[in-house]
Ligand binder design. Structure first.
Ligand SMILES: Cc1cc2nc3c(=O)[nH]c(=O)nc-3n(C[C@H](O)[C@H](O)[C@H](O)COP(=O)(O)OP(=O)(O)OC[C@H]3O[C@@H](n4cnc5c(N)ncnc54)[C@H](O)[C@@H]3O)c2cc1C
Length: 302
């Protein structure tokens, strides 16, 4: 049975890895870029690798942690203090420990409201109703205007730009729940020694080692449908490639361009500038949120 996987990002690589491990033979990944990895790919300078986009993982990412262990990289997964801060009116406020929170520009009442929001969300059951209310509405209803304007709105703006007030409450709940590995000294975030490049390289080696194929510089332009099912794909420079099954791991937005009938979903673009520095930029901070009139929402220092 021949399976074609569209996209060689983490999802496509993980799908191929699992299938080959489960004994499915003849698995081919078709990747548009020159290297696999997708959004989790890295830049390389000699032997040095750095993610194109900052990446860390959370303690609740059990599938990913299992995959890292499966590849024999578990011993290199480090749990580092993910210290965060807020840049407000020209000043940096670290916001990790209870004392730092008390020293922040948030009032005591807003801190109590923030704690209540976190505990409410962590204790709440999942509900489809959250899809029908925006994060903004939920915060305003449950915590009031002051906490929204001073704390949540700048974060939503930096992540979603002009769509900051359209994001659903389901996203907010998911986001707060995932950040669970927190103690009195702050949050622990997972990072692979040597970078997530090693995860992509480990998957790539395992896939090819088990007989799978990864074809790069190969853009799928059409999914061929025969008798109501995918019978293959058309790829730039390769023509028609027949298969018994096609797995798409590209975004619905990208899929809608190659498979008519798939409804498009609006996506939020993001620009991420990467600088190599000779010396540290921030004092003991990993992540700085910005609530100032500058054209970027955060500074992340690896
Ligand atoms: C700035 C930024 C920071 C992030 N930080 C984190 C983080 O800290 N922790 C975390 O868990 N996640 C983070 N993410 C999200 C994470 O990177 C993604 O969830 C993950 O990489 C998605 O993998 P994927 O394989 O599903 O999609 P993608 O990585 O998008 O892979 C899809 C692949 O399909 C290819 N493709 C598209 N169209 C075609 C076509 N027509 N033919 C062939 N190939 C095609 C693309 O080139 C791409 O390689 C971050 C993302 C960004 C942008």
């Amino acid at each position: 049975m021949k399976t074609i996987i569209i996209g060689g990002g983490l999802t496509g690589l993980a799908a191929a890895y699992r299938m080959l491990k489960d004994g499915v033979s003849d698995v081919t990944i078709l990747e548009r870029d020159s290297d696999p990895g997708g959004m989790a790919a890295s830049y390389h300078i000699g032997d040095y690798h750095i993610e194109k986009y900052y990446h860390h993982i959370f303690a609740s990412d059990r599938e990913l942690i299992g995959l890292i262990a499966d590849l024999g990289l578990g011993g290199d997964l480090q749990w580092l203090k993910g210290t965060t801060g807020y840049h407000i009116n020209g000043k940096i406020y670290p916001m990790n420990t209870p004392l730092e929170l008390l020293r922040s520009p948030l009032s005591i009442m807003d801190l109590i409201r923030l704690a209540r929001v976190v505990f409410t969300i962590k204790g709440a059951k999942e509900s489809p109703a959250l899809d029908n209310i925006t994060a903004k509405e939920w915060i305003l209803n449950n915590a009031g205007n002051s906490l929204y304007e001073r704390f949540f709105e700048p974060l939503l703006r930096s992540k979603f730009g002009n769509s900051h007030d359209k994001v659903s409450a389901a996203w907010l709940f998911g986001r707060i729940r995932i950040r669970s590995n927190r103690s009195a000294s702050g949050e622990k975030l997972g990072y692979l020694r040597g970078g997530f490049y090693r995860l992509i390289a480990g998957l790539t080696e395992s896939i090819t080692g088990m007989g799978g194929e990864i074809v790069t510089d190969c853009e799928v332009s059409e999914v061929a449908i025969e008798n109501g099912r995918a019978g293959g794909v058309v790829a730039e420079g390769y023509g028609y490639l027949e298969s018994d099954a096609v797995i798409s791991t590209v975004s619905p937005h990208a899929l809608s361009r190659v498979l008519p009938g798939v409804s498009d979903i609006p996506y939020q673009g993001t620009a991420c500038a990467l600088f190599g520095m000779d010396e540290p930029l921030m004092d003991k901070l990993y992540w700085l949120n910005i609530k100032s009139d500058v054209p970027f929402g955060a500074v992340v220092e690896h």
